[in-house]
Design a protein around this ligand. Structure first.
Ligand SMILES: Nc1ncnc2c1ncn2[C@@H]1O[C@H](COP(=O)(O)OP(=O)(O)OP(=O)(O)O)[C@@H](O)[C@H]1O
Ligand SMILES: [Mg+2]
Length: 305
């Protein structure tokens, strides 16, 4: 187990930022840590990286206790903090050599060059950090998190503020790194989770509200199946509704219809036959997956009274 969290609570004054939080991250997983603003994500990550202490419970990273074995934890963990505090006056390589020095790495220069290459910093490597764009600063942050080749990476919103090209590159980098390491990352970008993470943990108001494999969360497990179908002409709504197993029929736009059935009723063959019988052509048909965004909204949205 790479990360083990048991009954962690954290109080800020009277506010319970984390309330009895428990979860585990297995070695080799890329886990997405989701939650609305103020849910407690950064707080949890700061505890796991020994930046702040918890008030109750215990946590270990790579087998080392975050409260009593912080030096070991830091040796095995790479951390990209939320606001990525960097020394803006330092040059990129100077800064990375400084970090390599903190970790007492033997071959500092070589390691810095490897990181520059890995994070795509080559063309900016001779600049001061303060001159860099946000995306490149983020790369410097990733380089410093990776320089000591940690087994576990904790990345707090690693792709926030990146342009679409940089975003794709950094995501690819995380995916590559994730093949050898355990990664826990927080993000507000749901496609990122769908693209990168095998597991999703959702936290809301300091409590874990979901912890499952991404594919399981995406399954439309609300006892219904949703199929979208586009015909070339308008079908007869009543005939559609009369197909076996159909519970709901809704015209979405133009001739695209949403058909809802029970989860175990695959209506698609019937829809094809319906089209043929009614001299309609099916232009497109797809079974809708539940999006992680929907799961997120269901679990963290304000409940209607
Ligand atoms: N140093 C602090 N003092 C007082 N309250 C704090 C402190 N740090 C965090 N909090 C509070 O703890 C709660 C959790 O904050 P945290 O930064 O962990 O949220 P988050 O999930 O990372 O949110 P975001 O998505 O906005 O980054 C918030 O209500 C925040 O105001
Ligand atoms: Mg945060």
């Amino acid at each position: 187990m790479s990360i083990k969290v048991e009954y962690i609570s954290k109080l800020y004054g009277k506010q319970r930022a984390l309330d009895n939080v428990s979860f585990e991250v297995k070695t080799g997983e890329i886990v997405g840590f989701l939650g609305p603003n103020g849910a407690g994500k950064s707080t949890m990550m700061k505890i796991l990286t020994c930046f702040i202490p918890q008030d109750a419970g215990q946590a270990s990273v790579n087998g080392f206790d975050v409260a009593s074995q912080s030096i070991d934890v830091r040796r095995y963990v790479g951390y990209l903090p939320e606001h990525n505090p960097l020394y803006l006056d330092m040059y990129v390589k100077e800064y990375l050599e400084f970090i390599a020095g903190i970790h007492k790495l033997p071959n500092k220069k070589q390691r810095v060059d490897e990181m520059v290459q890995l994070t795509g910093l080559e063309i900016e490597q001779h600049k001061r950090i303060g001159m860099l764009s946000k995306g490149y600063r983020q790369r410097v942050g990733l380089a410093q998190a990776l320089i000591h080749d940690p087994a576990v990476l904790i990345l707090d919103e690693p792709t926030t503020g990146l342009d679409p090209n940089q975003l794709a590159e950094i995501r690819e980098l995380i995916r590559r790194i994730g093949q050898q390491k355990t990664v826990m990352l927080s993000t507000h970008i749901m496609q990122e989770v769908e693209a990168l993470c095998n597991r999703v943990i959702i936290i809301n108001q300091g409590r874990i509200v979901a912890n499952d494999e991404t594919s399981i969360l995406q399954q439309n497990n609300q006892n219904r199946m949703v199929v979208l179908v586009e015909f070339d002409k308008e079908p007869n709504r009543h005939d559609l509704k009369r197909l076996p197993g159909v519970e709901e029929v809704e015209q979405l736009r133009g001739n695209t219809w949403q058909i809802i059935t029970a989860a175990d009723k695959d209506i698609r063959p019937d829809l094809f036959r319906f089209a043929v019988d009614n001299k309609l052509t099916v232009l497109e048909m797809q079974r809708e997956e539940r999006k992680i965004e929907d799961v997120f909204k269901e679990l963290t949205g304000k409940k209607k009274k």
